[in-house]
Design a protein around this ligand. Sequence first.
Ligand code: HEM
Length: 142
Amino acid sequence: MKLRLFFTALLLAVITCPLARAEGGGTPLEKEMKTMNKAFRQLKKQVADASQNASSLELVAQMEKAATASTDLIPEKAADLPEKDRAAFTADYKAKMQDFSAVLAKLEVALKAGDNAGAAKLLTDLNNLQRANHKEFRKPQD
Ligand code: HEM
């Protein structure tokens, strides 16, 4: 009977452990990226619509916050590099994240000025930066 209790407990632990880990939600950088992703997807839908500029500015603020937080985090890929390359990789990542933030600041200016066409164009730039930077700084997808 005691043995059965033990196995039940063991089974429970085996089942819930990966669940708990999945819920933990990955690295701190992945968490910021998820926030960024959610705001960016919504922004793509509404950026051209001037009647939604207040809400769009709120989404840009969320992205700026996530980008700023991301600047001081270190991509997982850094750990896979030879020690001698790590500092340069991290510095490059940081600089590119700051470039990205600079484009977000331009987007904020455009939306505040009611320049929705300009804002839409900046979203294309952000999209391209996302792609290029993921290629450079993300671990090869598993
Ligand atoms: C519109 C802009 C961006 C969006 C929507 C975005 C979205 C995402 C998403 C959805 C992930 C996967 C998160 C997960 O695994 O749960 C991710 C990961 C990642 N992104 Fe971005 N991203 C953006 C811009 C950037 C920029 C500008 C950089 C670097 C300068 C960057 C670097 C990374 C890295 C390094 C990872 C892997 C996470 C890690 O190593 O811990 N991303 N991003």
